[in-house]
Design a protein around this ligand. Structure first.
Ligand code: GLN
Length: 190
């Protein structure tokens, strides 16, 4: 199993370290040539969604990623990665990959709660969650399963092979979300 981690900016190294600790091979996606090989899944890290969305276009990677996701390649987006996947962002006119059937709200927590840690359920199990200028999901469309709700806001979802969290599981020492994603990839490779 080989996972391509988008390494244009943001918190990508933390994802790589966790997958490597779990014995999973990763490689860095920085240029178009990097995705012209066989691999099994994509990670879109946290960072700045507008910057990443623009770079994906400038580097001519954008359409290839959309095609792969639409052809059911597993993808895991955290925070800005969730925004890259969202079909709609209700306080931003921009759309990015737009493969995930949700409406997200960017920088959705007020000043006081701009960044915070909590322990809440993911897929029924308590895990630590770190939010940094995070989005949340306002609405989910057809086919979207809700995996986490914090303060009545949806913060983790799955739609077929797409997994997205508003929080940063790569910034904690709990690897449950990464393990959940690895299982999605295993199922997909069966
Ligand atoms: N606020 C960022 C954005 O809108 C996301 C923050 C993050 O990824 N931690 O893209």
């Amino acid at each position: 199993m080989k996972i391509g981690v988008l390494c244009l900016q943001g918190a990508f190294i933390e994802h790589i370290n966790i997958f490597n600790k779990l014995g999973i091979e990763t490689f860095e996606i920085r240029q178009k040539k990097h995705i012209q090989q066989h691999f099994d899944a994509i990670v879109l890290p946290g960072g700045e969604s507008t910057t990443m969305g623009k770079l994906l276009k400038d580097l001519d990677i954008f359409d290839i990623l959309v095609d792969k996701i639409n052809n059911n390649m597993p993808v895991f987006g955290t925070c800005a990665g969730l925004l890259l996947l969202s079909k709609e962002i209700d306080n931003d006119h921009r759309r990015h990959l737009a493969t995930l059937n949700v409406v997200a709200k960017r920088n959705a927590y007020g000043r006081q709660l701009g960044s915070f840690n909590t322990i809440e359920k993911f897929d029924g199990k308590d895990i630590p969650m770190t939010f940094i200028r995070a989005p949340y999901i306002d609405k989910v469309g057809e086919g979207v399963e809700i995996l986490s709700v914090v303060d009545n806001k949806i913060v983790a979802v799955r739609q077929n092979n797409q997994l997205a969290t508003a929080f940063h599981p790569e910034l904690t020492d709990c690897y449950d979300v990464h393990k959940y994603f690895i299982n999605m990839i295993k199922e997909n490779n069966k």
